[in-house]
Design a protein around this ligand. Structure first.
Ligand SMILES: Cc1cc2nc3c(=O)[nH]c(=O)nc-3n(C[C@H](O)[C@H](O)[C@H](O)COP(=O)(O)OP(=O)(O)OC[C@H]3O[C@@H](n4cnc5c(N)ncnc54)[C@H](O)[C@@H]3O)c2cc1C
Length: 570
């Protein structure tokens, strides 16, 4: 059954970082906004994320510059990227940060090295985060914000910000006090404990989405949940609205001035992965909220002639499929961002060959897996192999260090499919079906590198990014420790993603282009629904949400500018 027809100035499909930024800005500029969100929760992948945004030259008290930012970006981007999109991002990012401050948010930069530290113009201060946000300020919307994955919480329950998480996971100075403070913050919150198990303190991605939702709620902007955009309405040469479905009912909703597609990528659509990706992988290895981003609006755009770009790849992350102790027959996708590069370990493909500097950024690691898979057919999955010293010092795939989780505490049904263990490298190699002589040779070379401090094959630990996440007590190279103490372990590593990099092809104002390169009037795209301005590169921490928000902001600005000269559709 089809019903019609409400009318708004702007319709935004998707309530992630791109959509929320676009909605806040469009409302600020006097437009009547409707946000349509397919899920029954607000915030998309963005709310579940680390909430880091990469904004070069952000103006928060560092010595970065427009020129340095452009130098760096242009040295890392790949594929047919467009300079005007890159410049729009670099020029508007600082304006957006100023605007976020004006509306009461408190962005702060953190010392995180760019992901290509060896490239000209690289810095370690372009990633921006937001402080804890009190979710109860959202009133009735508090329980409707997407919740973080359990693995991002202390003991699957307590919210932590980056500094708390880092102090606790590295057992840095004062870590026990930090654990106690985080727990006390939760248990002393009696009013929330009566209401829900959820922590009132939103951290990471939720601390970015929370204040934006608060702003929209205060200004009575409509956010309609459980409503999936299925089609774009095309009339008289422009997009004039959407067809949306809610509980099986279809309705047409009109937009006087524009539709902004912020509906995320297509990582949960296997058919689109097979059609576009170089290595299709599997939806199940995506680490984004299950079944949310299926590329429906991308397909709706393609149906009216929109062009696409950079759809061949995703924002990669090595993953481990951890059996979920709290729910039978389910696995949680663990992002092995740091696990694969810690000292006293090595990664090999199924032929037993190394293929990457394991301590590099996660998207680089994923690209290396993909390239190796294309070359050898023996990657995806590959193996993380480590020894008892690693087990003692670091977590891996949700298995905490031995002091907290000795082997006897690992559930019995995890052995020999999720985690493998043997007394010798030869025996371990046999268990994981890698040629023993190959694995022994790799381990012995790694042990030599641990002594000399130089990985002559892949340069592991040879740059500031790698070293940042190594063991600083380890000399001469914090990323290289001997793999020598039995028992030895292995965990399979999959090619997972944080979303997709390609989508609708948009211009520097966020306007979607058709196959001939003309603007499709009334249609905008931002975030993973659009092609990344960086092509297939992930320049630094926050490199997906930063541009998503900036292009959401730019699209809203452009629609408002066009609306000053409105051409009403009825
Ligand atoms: C655990 C984790 C940590 C991460 N950490 C970071 C980080 O710190 N920094 C960073 O830059 N990136 C990070 N990423 C990646 C980042 O979260 C995503 O790339 C980013 O959130 C994409 O933002 P978006 O607004 O485009 O899409 P999303 O946040 O995914 O939002 C899209 C929304 O659209 C909705 N939707 C989908 N289809 C429809 C439809 N047909 N109609 C209406 N609505 C629809 C979805 O339900 C969703 O709510 C992380 C990812 C994960 C999984």
């Amino acid at each position: 059954m089809q019903s019609t027809s409400e009318i708004y100035d702007v319709i935004i499909a998707g309530s992630g970082s791109a959509g929320m930024m676009a909605a806040v800005r469009a409302n600020e500029l006097g437009l009547k906004v409707l946000v349509l969100e397919k899920a029954h929760k607000i915030g998309g992948t963005s709310a579940t994320s680390g909430g880091v945004i990469w904004i070069p030259n952000h103006g928060l008290g560092t010595a970065d510059s427009r020129e340095e930012a452009l130098r760096y970006i242009n040295s890392v981007v790949t594929g047919p990227v467009r300079q005007d999109r890159i410049e729009a991002l670099v020029d508007t990012g600082p304006q957006m940060i100023r605007y976020l401050r004006e509306i009461g948010m408190n962005p702060v930069f953190m010392p995180w090295p760019d992901y290509f530290p060896e490239k000209p113009g690289a810095r370690a201060d372009r990633s921006v985060v937001f402080p804890l946000f009190d979710g109860r300020r959202l009133g009735d919307l508090f329980p409707l914000i997407r919740e973080q994955f359990t693995r991002f919480k202390l003991m699957n329950r307590y919210s932590m910000d980056f500094y708390e998480a880092n102090t606790i996971s590295t057992r840095g100075p004062g870590w026990i006090g930090t654990v106690l403070r985080v727990m006390a913050r939760y248990w002393l919150d009696f009013s929330t404990r009566r209401l829900t198990r959820r922590d009132r303190w939103f951290s990471l991605g939720a601390s970015l989405i929370g204040p934006l939702v608060q702003r929209l709620a205060e200004r009575k902007v409509d956010i309609r949940l459980g409503t999936a955009v299925k089609k774009l309405v095309w009339e008289e040469g422009r997009v004039t609205g959407v067809e949306a479905q809610r509980f099986g009912r279809t309705e047409t909703i009109r937009a006087r001035h524009g539709v902004i597609v912020c509906a995320g990528g297509f990582e949960w659509n296997q058919a689109l992965r097979e059609r576009f990706f170089t290595v299709p992988g599997n939806t199940r290895l995506s680490s984004t909220p299950e079944e949310a981003n299926r590329g429906e609006v991308l397909e709706a755009g393609m149906a009216i002639g929109a062009a696409t770009e950079f759809t061949e790849t995703g924002w990669w992350v090595p993953t481990m499929s951890v059996p979920l102790p709290t729910a039978s027959n389910f696995e949680e996708i663990h992002q092995a961002v740091f696990d694969v590069g810690r000292p006293h370990s090595v990664c090999v493909n199924r032929n037993g060959d190394r293929f990457v500097d394991e301590a590099c950024g996660y998207d680089r690691f994923g690209n290396a897996m993909m390239e190796d898979q294309v070359k050898t057919g023996a990657n995806t999955p590959c193996w993380l192999v480590f020894d008892a010293t690693f087990r003692y010092k670091f977590p891996a795939g949700g298995i905490m260090p031995t002091a907290i989780m000795p082997d006897r505490k690992i559930p019995v049904d995890w052995w020999d499919h999720y985690i493998f263990k043997a007394d010798t490298i030869t025996e371990l190699a046999r268990k994981i079906e890698v040629a023993p002589a190959k694995l022994e040779a790799v381990v012995s070379r790694m042990n030599e590198y641990a002594q000399t401090g130089v990985d002559t094959e892949f340069g592991r630990g040879g740059n500031i990014y790698d070293r940042n996440f190594g063991d600083l007590n380890l000399k001469p190279n914090p990323c290289l420790g001997p793999i020598g103490k039995a028992p030895f372990y292995a965990i399979p590593v999959g090619l997972g993603d944080l979303g997709t990099k390609g989508g609708l092809k948009a211009d520097a104002k966020g306007r979607v282009l058709d196959q001939a390169g003309n603007v499709i009037p009334g249609l905008y795209a931002a975030g993973n629904a659009s092609g990344s301005p960086f092509g297939n590169a992930y320049p630094g921490a926050g490199g997906t949400i930063g541009p998503a928000m900036v292009f959401g902001y730019i699209a809203a600005n452009d629609i408002a500018a066009q609306a000053k000269n409105p051409k009403p559709i009825r």
